[in-house]
Write a protein that binds this ligand. Structure first.
Ligand SMILES: *[C@@H]1O[C@H](CO)[C@@H](O)[C@H](O)[C@H]1NC(C)=O
Ligand SMILES: *[C@@H]1O[C@H](CO)[C@@H](O)[C@H](O)[C@H]1NC(C)=O
Ligand SMILES: *[C@@H]1O[C@H](CO)[C@@H](O)[C@H](O)[C@H]1NC(C)=O
Length: 366
């Protein structure tokens, strides 16, 4: 453990955002390890202050799903795992503390309802030709201002609605240059006929079809997010953004995904979350032994770019829906070109988006 570097600790503590921490833990930064029980205690109390206090913006009551768990011991164990991971120079990504660091893996999977695998049965998959000649090696839609702010799905398996809505918001920004904060709850409540299951999972490709057939998505303010299943209450005329042509499903090929992102905008993707992913902090996520078949994916997210890091590792840039305090400001990078955790299996985007409000008022005029 003598090899632990300053950057590892800065990374650990940066998520705690406490200015005095670097001074407090200079002994650790200097390599006097293993970390003492007292230091674990100190870090734990910083963690509680930052993530579990009333004004933290996080909801500890919601997080503590299982009763009788020793939170401090769970946290201490997590902290050791993180230090061990970050001390291993062969890892391509860093881990860090976050709001979930005192939860067991089981609780975490329960919280976001990640247990249910999705059967990614998209039809009519599109290829974009096999020439990468005109595609740049790096692309990040965030730098063009067309990626809407990171949201938090909360205690509900509604990742698929955030992936879908994030994708529609981006495509709307691309086409009209305006941000419309659109409703995930409408999909949770209303898209069940398209083989979606509210807080128990669903697929973006199915959600795009629902949006196409049902006049569009309402604004978040019209149909606010509840992180729970509810009765569909959308009314005619409330839709703000519609879709024409439904879901374009991308072939089982990461080169096609790259071309789709560059040529058409952010793409809804899915992959398999396994233990340890929740601790991601920065770098390029890559693990051994992550199942990657079409029936193994359990989490939908939004791919917003791609690139290659300084060690020549190709990656995707992906927007998650676990809040902006998770990971790298709510985003993560994942290894590209090896179907990491099934990332090639379930990729789609809306063929075209339109302003449903304007379309409705135009129809009234006629
Ligand atoms: C997945 O869906 C397809 C098409 O609906 C179906 O043929 C297949 O049996 C399903 N697979 C699983 C594992 O549910
Ligand atoms: C994409 O796949 C979905 C099923 O996931 C299907 O409903 C839709 O029709 C497909 N899109 C096209 C253009 O075929
Ligand atoms: C968009 O809606 C979400 C609800 O999921 C809310 O938390 C967020 O503040 C809204 N963002 C903006 C920029 O209005």
């Amino acid at each position: 453990m003598k090899t632990i570097s300053a950057s590892v600790l800065i990374l650990l503590f940066s998520s705690l955002a406490m200015a005095d921490v670097h001074a407090d833990y200079h002994k650790i930064i200097n390599g006097e390890l293993p970390i003492s029980t007292q230091q674990v205690d100190e870090i734990y109390s910083k963690f509680i202050q930052h993530y579990k206090s009333e004004n933290s913006g996080f909801n500890p009551v919601e997080h503590y799903i299982t009763k009788g768990i020793d939170r401090k011991a769970t946290f201490a164990n997590k902290l050791q795992q993180i230090i061990k991971h970050n001390s291993d120079g062969t890892n391509t990504y860093k881990k860090g503390l976050n709001a979930f660091s005192d939860m067991t893996d089981e609780e975490f999977f329960d919280y976001y309802n990640i247990k249910a695998e999705q059967n990614c049965s998209a039809t009519n998959r599109k290829s974009f030709g096999n020439s990468n000649a005109n595609i740049p090696t790096e692309w990040d839609w965030r730098t063009f201002g067309v990626v809407s702010p990171v949201k938090n799905q909360g205690k509900c398996g509604s990742c698929w609605t955030f992936s879908t809505v994030g994708c529609v918001e981006s495509h709307y920004l691309l086409k009209y240059g305006a941000f419309r904060n659109l409703s995930e709850q409408q999909l949770v409540d209303c898209a069940g006929d398209y083989d979606n299951h509210g807080c128990s999972g669903g697929l973006p490709s199915h959600a795009f079809e629902y949006i196409k057939d049902n006049g569009g998505l309402a604004l978040e303010t019209t149909y606010p997010y509840k992180a729970a299943n509810g009765q569909c209450s959308i009314q005619k005329g409330q839709q703000s953004v519609g879709i024409r042509g439904g879901a374009v499903n991308i072939s089982l090929n990461e080169d096609d995904l790259k071309q789709a992102i560059y040529l058409h905008g952010p793409v809804s993707v899915a992959f398999r979350v396994i233990d340890g992913f929740r601790d991601y902090k920065s770098g390029v996520y890559a693990v051994e032994g992550c199942a990657n078949g079409p029936n193994d994916v359990n989490h939908a997210v939004l791919a917003v770019g791609f690139g290659t890091d300084e060690n020549k590792v190709d990656y995707w840039i992906i927007k998650n829906s676990w809040g902006a305090a998770w990971g790298d400001q709510g985003f993560f990078k994942m290894k590209r070109g090896v179907n990491m955790c099934g990332i090639q299996n379930c990729n789609s985007y809306p063929q075209d988006v339109f302003d449903a409000q304007q379309a409705a008022s135009f129809l009234k005029l006629q």
